[in-house]
Design a protein around this ligand. Structure first.
Ligand SMILES: NC(=O)C1=CN([C@@H]2O[C@H](COP(=O)(O)OP(=O)(O)OC[C@H]3O[C@@H](n4cnc5c(N)ncnc54)[C@H](O)[C@@H]3O)[C@@H](O)[C@H]2O)C=CC1
Ligand SMILES: O=C(O)[C@@H]1CCC=N1
Length: 274
């Protein structure tokens, strides 16, 4: 009998994770969602055949795994309201929220429950995501395996040994898809400026991104080797990369990622005060 998995929050990430779970063979009857927005509840039920309710007490008592998928800023309130139910049900609790430390969850839940903190990313929607997980002190090996199963439909999974590493993970893979999309947007705009039709520019950029990503994954070569292979001495790529270098591209990327990790720590600090 598979676990019944309840999602608290039925937004973008929960939708992606539910899609992945069901694609991996988890039965829809074994998934429940607590979501206050009636339209989102209807959409989830229609798309996946899962049960959805506004009131936690309707579905959470039957669920052995709870996935916390609300925004970090409201986590304290949402979890606080679930504390007494959690004490009775004693589920494995998996949080996917950015910048919410396990210590805060433990405090709000007011019980020594097994807690896992994780950081997935939006390619979960197509099963091409990656999730880093960190297990709290009351989590057994079986519960680690169960947590991995919940996230496995979203793509790859890996464990980190230090909870603090999740700030860097968030800055890398959590927010990371947005960096690639921003680069694609900039390339598309530049291609149009160079005179290409929008449709042609879009197709060229999209397939180039896919081809480059697949080469990085499938060729076994490092990004440095792959970049060097494109760059003929005295050619066009060299001229373009020089401009990126002169503009401080690497430094800008590093600064952006430091800012993302910093924001994750800042969220945690704000949460520690709640
Ligand atoms: N969007 C992303 O790329 C990633 C997001 N995350 C984390 O996932 C979490 C959810 O993010 P998204 O899905 O993007 O946000 P979202 O806004 O799409 O989903 C949050 C959902 O929570 C619902 N909600 C509000 N109050 C609630 C309550 N009392 N009980 C139950 N549900 C309630 C909202 O109606 C909404 O549907 C956040 O904590 C975020 O940090 C993690 C990795 C990546
Ligand atoms: O921007 C955010 O805060 C969330 C966490 C990682 C990706 N999106």
């Amino acid at each position: 009998m598979p676990d019944t998995i309840a999602f608290i929050g039925g937004g973008n990430m929960a939708t992606s994770l539910i899609g992945g779970l069901l694609a991996n063979g988890h039965p829809s009857a074994g998934v429940a969602v607590i979501e206050p927005d009636a339209d989102k509840r209807a959409a989830l039920t229609e798309r996946f055949g899962v049960r959805a309710a506004a009131a936690p007490a309707e579905l959470l008592p039957q669920a052995t795994i709870w996935v916390l998928a609300v925004k970090p800023q409201i986590m304290a309130t949402v979890v606080g309201e679930l504390a007494s139910l959690a004490g009775q049900v004693r589920p494995l609790v998996i949080s996917i929220a950015a910048g919410v430390p396990l210590a805060a969850l433990a405090r709000w839940l007011d019980a020594d429950l097994p807690l896992v903190r994780s950081m997935p990313n939006t390619p979960a929607l197509i099963g091409a995501g990656i999730t880093a997980l960190f297990a709290g002190e009351h989590v057994s090996a079986d519960q680690c395996a169960a947590a991995e199963t919940v996230l496995a439909g979203a793509g790859e999974t890996l464990w980190v040994d230090r909870e603090d590493d999740l700030d860097a993970v968030t800055a890398t893979s959590g927010s990371g898809p947005a960096y690639f999309f921003a680069f694609m947007e900039a390339m598309q705009a530049a291609a149009e400026e160079l005179g290409l039709d929008r449709e042609i520019a879009t197709r060229l950029v999209r397939q180039t991104a896919l081809g480059a990503a697949r080469m990085a994954v499938e060729s076994g070569d490092s990004p440095t080797t792959l970049r060097t292979n494109v760059t003929s001495p005295g050619g066009t790529t060299e001229r373009a990369l020089t401009i990126l270098d002169e503009g401080g591209f690497d430094l800008l990327v590093a600064e952006a990622m430091r800012a993302a990790a910093g924001r994750s720590r800042e969220l945690a600090a704000q949460i520690a005060d709640q």
